[in-house]
Write a protein that binds this ligand. Structure first.
Ligand code: ADP
Length: 755
């Protein structure tokens, strides 16, 4: 129930004064107008209408447009129970008001002929009733009805008029309330729709935010209306939100856009711009060089237009696939491959390193310098490169005036000491001050405008050969950890190249020395051979004479039976024989060494040659027990029989000479396949194991055969080896020191047809 009874509490006589009445009407209306919520508006209207005419009993019908019926929506006083009662047009008092659109009042409802059933069950008798229409424009949309229960009390014309006016205003209030409700509902619906939209947008942006590719959406003015975090990264913004807020000009102004060759890319060709013209743009590989940091990011960019239902381009969707890492590692590999090619192109490492330094600029850094430690431990700047040759000159001057202080705690000096790289991703003024050697140096260093720097060691076989320094300055590009790794790789390759060049030079020098030595040795050998040849020839003549006269004397003494003369003459003969042998051997050696020895090639029976040698030996050394196992068949070979006999003789002489006390020698001749094998075995001093490989070398004498006990020059076995090998055979020895030696040689056997 409505509690506001201010109108009702006013004295009746005042109410009846028209101006006060209108004032109350006005005030009531204002109160209604402010009450926009429709929920309790009807109750309020009926209560205020009742107050206006001084009754607590009233109700309101509203039109049910679908059924075309009036329905009681609210009832106060005795009418609380009739809510829901329905009337057809023309039925009862309200039905008439609805039909005519005019107010109507009856003095006693029960005695009124047009009455409806509506008040049948009302707790108190209804007497006078007044009904006024509620309208929306010309349409009647409801009826307000009020009643007196007091007998004799009726609605006069003023009251009906007042109620009619009130109803007009109440109609407006109702209209407003309805409108308000509609607006509220629309608002609520819109809010709901917006919430749904927002949540689906949130979902979409959560999905797109998680994508590694950058995505941005531009409206048809080019403004960015959506971007994900990856798009922000590509364009150098800290977050997607900041990128979305930024004006297009600011975004484009932040970086230089370049194509794959590094040339500026025309902005009107950007895929997004092309897409906004309604054309699907081809994929572009673009570099975004962020001006502030010098950082360069690369993306494959695609864009496609999004059209509205009429086919007009509404949006462009850009997709950036970040390929920075791939591009960097490709560039690095390409750079290293080119550098390696340059390094391996020549052994002149000073030139190749200068070329590599030039290759590194500006691809890796703005400056590149190579320093090498000389043999005397001094540092030498081998190369310095910058795109601008004037700057190279400046660097050279700087280096001359301020050479690297090898005691400095940082920089190249420290890299040389430790063999470890140094990396300054961002060079600040404090670092520059620390590096400067005086005020002027500081000024120049500051002018260089270093942004970042790194120094890597040239390390080969554990030795620091020098260092490579890379500096970034005016390009604004900051040297990254990837650049450091690249520089270290480059330095490793450069160091190997330097090391190889050094090794090569050293080896060349050693080779030259060796060659010089060889020439000297050859000259000495030639000289010796010359001497041997001359000396042996010079000796040959007197010895032959000596031999001849000794022979004559020996025969005369024999004839005379002069024993006193025969003894010394025998000694003379033996010694002359030895000298002849020696001179013959020396002559042979000189012939062999000078390549002048020649051999006959006639077939002969090797068994016969061995028998002859053994026979001679038996005659000259009668106390020797010399056994011969000659086999049963002839063994024919081809060659120089006297020379082969000479070789056999050498073996026999040695067997006797190195036999000491047990003078027993076994000679055998046999066959092994197509080879004849001759062996001479003694039981003498043998040859030390470790020297057996050398017994056939010229001038070799074993350690267990000192010259004072066993005469000899180490010629016989050497000559024998040459003779046997020149006949297509082999020669060798089996020996045990203190037990004896077995020398053996082979010769190819002649087939029966070739004899
Ligand atoms: P030499 O005139 O010195 O004997 P050879 O060339 O005939 O020269 O022999 C070279 C060296 O080989 C000898 O000095 C000796 O040490 C060793 N030698 C050769 N034959 C024998 C052997 N039958 N027993 C032990 N040592 C031998």
């Amino acid at each position: 129930m409505v509690s506001d009874t201010s109108v009702a509490s006013q004295p009746e006589d005042q109410l009846r004064s028209q101006s006060a009445y209108l004032a109350a009407l006005h005030e009531t209306t204002l109160a209604l107008m402010n009450r926009l919520e429709p929920a309790d508006l009807l109750e309020n209207i009926v209560a205020r209408a009742g107050s206006l005419v001084g009754t607590p009993h009233g109700f309101i019908y509203l039109l049910d447009t679908e059924q075309q019926e009036l329905v009681v929506r609210v009832g106060v006083g005795i009418f609380e129970a009739i809510v829901g009662y329905r009337l057809k047009p023309g039925e009862g008092l309200a039905g008439k008001v609805w039909q005519t659109g005019k107010p109507l009042a009856v003095e006693d409802y029960h005695s009124w002929s047009g009455r409806a059933q509506v008040f049948e069950n009302s707790p108190r008798r209804v007497r006078a009733v007044a009904a006024v229409p509620l309208k929306s424009g010309p349409e009647v949309v409801g009826v307000i009805a009020l009643a007196y229960t007091e007998e004799g009390r009726t609605f006069d014309a003023v009251e009906v008029e007042a109620l009619s006016r009130f109803a007009e205003l109440a109609s407006i209030a109702l209209d407003n309330a309805r409108l308000y409700a509609t607006v509220q509902q629309e608002l609520a619906e819109r809010r709901l729709a917006e919430e749904r939209l927002q949540s689906s947008r949130d979902q979409l942006s959560a999905i797109l935010g998680g994508i590694a590719d950058g995505i941005s959406v531009q409206d048809n003015t080019g403004r960015i209306v959506y971007a994900n975090d990856a798009a922000a990264r590509v364009t150098g913004y800290p977050s997607a939100a900041q990128l979305q807020k930024a004006p297009l000009a600011e975004i484009l102004g932040k970086f230089d856009i370049v194509d794959e060759r590094g040339d500026p890319f025309p902005l009107d060709q950007l895929p997004g711009r092309v897409a906004l013209q309604g054309v699907q743009s081809p994929e572009r590989t673009l570099g975004f060089r962020i001006k502030a940091t010098g950082e360069e990011r690369w993306s494959v960019v695609r864009a496609m237009p999004v059209c509205d239902e009429r086919g007009r381009v509404k949006l462009a969707v850009n997709i950036f696939h970040d390929i920075t890492e791939r591009k960097r590692s490709e560039d690095a590999q390409r750079f290293l491959a080119e550098a390696s090619e340059v390094l391996s192109s020549s052994l002149d490492y000073e030139t190749t390193l200068a070329s590599v330094a030039r290759l590194a600029v500006p691809r890796v850094a703005d400056w590149c310098a190579v320093d090498i430690v000389n043999e005397d431990g001094q540092l030498r700047r081998l190369a310095v490169a910058h795109v601008d040759p004037r700057k190279v000159e400046l660097a050279r001057e700087l280096q001359e005036r301020y050479p690297v202080d090898l005691d400095a705690p940082r920089g190249v000096a420290n890299v040389l000491r430790t063999g470890q790289s140094e990396y300054y991703p961002e060079v600040n003024d404090a670092l520059i001050q620390a590096a400067a050697q005086d005020d002027e140096h500081l000024t120049v260093l500051r002018e260089v405008g270093m942004r970042s720097a790194l120094m890597v060691p040239l390390l080969a076989r554990g030795r620091v050969l020098g260092a490579i320094t890379l500096v970034s300055a005016e390009s604004g590009h900051l040297l990254s950890a990837a650049d450091l790794a690249l520089a270290e790789d480059l330095a490793r390759r450069a160091a190997v190249a330097i090391d190889n060049a050094w090794l090569y030079t050293e080896r060349k020098r050693a080779d030259e020395q060796k060659n010089e030595l060889l020439v000297q040795v050859r000259q000495a050998l030639d000289l010796r051979n010359q001497f041997l040849s001359i000396a042996s020839h010079e000796l040959k003549t007197p010895i032959t004479l000596l031999k001849g006269y000794a022979h004559v004397l020996h025969r005369q003494a024999q004839r005379k039976g002069d024993e006193a003369l025969l003894k010394p003459l025998r000694v003379i003969n033996r010694q002359v024989e030895r000298m002849t042998n020696l001179v013959d051997n020396l002559l042979d050696v000189s012939r062999i060494e000078s390549g002048r020895i020649e051999f006959e090639t006639a077939p002969f029976d090797l068994v016969a040659a061995v028998e002859d040698a053994v026979g001679d030996m038996r005659v000259s050394t009668p106390d020797l027990l010399l056994r011969l196992d000659r086999g049963t068949e002839d063994v024919w070979v081809r060659g120089d029989r006297p020379r082969i006999e000479q070789a056999i003789m050498n073996l026999l002489v040695n067997a006797v000479k190195y036999s000491d006390k047990r003078r027993e020698v076994d000679v055998s001749i046999g066959r092994q396949g197509n080879y004849a094998v001759v062996s001479v075995a003694d039981h003498g001093i043998g040859i030390p194991q470790e020297q057996q490989g050398q017994v056939f070398d010229l001038y070799f004498r074993a350690a267990n055969a000192p010259a004072n006990n066993y005469g000899g020059l180490g010629l016989g076995l050497y000559i024998s080896k040459v003779i046997i090998e020149r006949h297509g055979g082999t020669i060798g020895v089996l020996s045990e020191e203190g037990k004896g030696s077995t020398f053996h040689f082979t010769l190819p056997v002649l087939g029966e047809d070739s004899r």
